[in-house]
Design a protein. Structure first.
Length: 365
């Protein structure tokens, strides 16, 4: 059997009839950027997540960048984030001229270690970016308490976690802003690039709308130095179709994760921890094993594609090693050497899931 890490064409086929119809409507409409489909999708996401405002833009990276800019982050400010994340989290901090300070992760959740955040705060610290890594919510109540105590803003990086929640409250509704990615591989993905910023703050919402469209204010005047970060109508229409299925897709991911957990925890892998009050959205299913490279080769020989999220902590990359600050990143460094992500996508068939679970368990035994 050949199991891809992801099969995006299979995902498209599942919704093809509705997607094709909506795309044809857009093509015939003559309105292609920031139109009624974007407005409709923004309203649908705000409603789904339970946030006042949702502002579409053209990627998750831009969602982070726009969120930081709308909150007034400036050159010389410091922002604390996790070392175990995709580069975009830190790139966004650097695009607005701020200093990124990396904090180590909790070994069980792989999210930022809340106990190490306060030691990284200096008089220049303005904000925190927790990342809900792999779809598991970061410890938001504890992080909010730290942010309130030190008067810091929070931008949540929700790129991997659409639909995840703590005590029923969706990620992206805790901080001053939430940044989502609709890159095709994400839980809610389009057929290209796309992103969204959520906020409850009316002024942040206004600035986001200005910044994403060349700094143009409500009266049509350029009121700020903005960006070209608009979402296309085609992508908004596709996302609107898929949003109706996101709960079912996340539920299927959860089912696959549970099947993997059953087989792999008894075979000696460290399977993902899920705190009792959290809803994991299973963007990735990542295990930690002693000899990751051998397991990866064994799975490839058996026709199973895997991926490394992440093969290095950010501070181990040339650019970030020169530009970020950190104290100790021992846990992130260690986990990067032992992580392996297995295929998990809603359209995987049960026989494919069973094959991955049993082959991985056999190779570990
Ligand atoms: C944690 C994290 N943050 C930010 C991003 C950036 O999203 P995009 O690729 O849509 O710019 C990604 C996506 O790869 C991500 O995984």
């Amino acid at each position: 059997m050949k199991i891809p890490f992801l099969d995006l064409a299979r995902s498209y086929q599942t919704h093809a009839t509705d997607i094709d119809a909506r795309m044809r409507d857009v093509a015939a409409s003559g309105a292609y950027v920031l139109g009624k489909n974007v407005e409709r999708f923004e309203a649908a996401v705000a409603d789904y997540l339970g946030t006042r405002f949702a502002v579409a833009c053209n990627s998750g990276t831009d969602a982070l960048k726009l969120g930081l800019a709308a909150l007034g982050l400036r050159q010389g400010d410091e922002v604390i984030t996790t070392a175990f994340t995709f580069a975009a989290t830190v790139e966004a901090i650097q695009y607005v001229g701020a200093q990124a300070v990396l904090v180590d992760i909790d070994a069980d959740t792989c999210n930022i270690d809340v106990g190490k955040v306060e030691a990284a705060i200096t008089p220049k610290t303005r904000g925190l970016i927790p990342v809900h890594l792999f779809g598991l919510p970061a410890a938001m109540p504890e992080l909010m308490a730290i942010a309130n105590k030190h008067d810091l803003f929070i931008v949540e990086d929700c790129a991997q976690s659409f639909g995840a929640a703590i005590d029923g409250r969706a990620v992206g509704t805790f901080g001053n802003a939430g940044a989502f990615s609709f890159y095709p591989t994400k839980n809610l993905g389009c057929l290209g690039d796309g992103g969204m910023v959520t906020t409850d703050d009316v002024d942040v919402d206004r600035r986001l709308r200005e910044l994403r469209n060349h700094g143009i204010g409500a009266a049509g005047e350029h009121v700020a130095l903005g960006y070209n970060s608009r979402l296309d109508e085609l992508q908004a229409a596709v996302l609107d179709v898929k949003l109706a299925h996101v709960d079912a897709m996340n539920e299927r991911r959860r089912h696959i994760a549970e099947r993997y957990n059953q087989s792999l925890s008894s075979a000696g892998a460290r399977t993902p921890a899920v705190p009792a009050n959290t809803r994991h959205s299973w963007g990735y299913y990542t295990i930690f094993v002693d000899d990751r490279d051998a397991l990866r080769v064994g799975l490839a020989d058996a026709g199973i594609a895997t991926a490394l999220y992440y093969s290095k902590s950010l501070h181990q990359h040339k650019h970030f090693s020169r530009t970020c600050r950190w104290a100790s990143l021992d846990v992130a460094t260690d986990l990067a050497a032992h992580c392996l992500s297995l295929p998990i996508f809603p359209e995987m068939r049960d026989d494919e899931v069973d094959y991955v679970a049993s082959t991985t368990a056999a190779l570990l035994s």
